[in-house]
Design a protein around this ligand. Sequence first.
Ligand SMILES: [Zn+2]
Length: 181
Amino acid sequence: MNIRLCPPPTLLISGHLRSILKYYECPDCHKVMESTRFYWYRRKRTGVPKRTPRCKDCEIYRRSSSVDYHVNELYNQTKRRSRKKGIKFTLTKEWYRIKLNGSCELSGVPFDFHSKKISPSARAASVDRIVPAKGYIQSNCRLICISLNYLFSSWGEEDALGIVLPYLRQKGFSVETTPDE
Ligand SMILES: [Zn+2]
């Protein structure tokens, strides 16, 4: 076991020494991990690269509590996707900010802003294109929970409900459905 060789908690070690050592302990989750599980950043004044004290997961968790973090994440992610797919993109950061301060436009459930990169929360916000080919324009986009987005984009709303409704009835919930006009 090489855990015995691990450095003591972060504050006791200088930045330079910390960047050479192979294993760190994260002060938030207290796991001892390889240095690659920690982000690099450049110190503003000196420009010297340094590892963040928290591990990548805890760092994302901490940053993701702010709405601004998600505005930038979603904006960059969808812009990149639109370029890759060659579809229209006219969404603005302001549009994201307004939508993120609301809730899921399909379920009304409030968004969860604390999500980890590897496994996002079921209530993390995601952009849904109502008609995929029309692209990322305001009249064609809404912000919904990522779990609903996965479900509906993989099987379509009708097929997904064909499973979800019987499941809820099995669980003892009474679900009333009214046929469409
Ligand atoms: Zn951690």
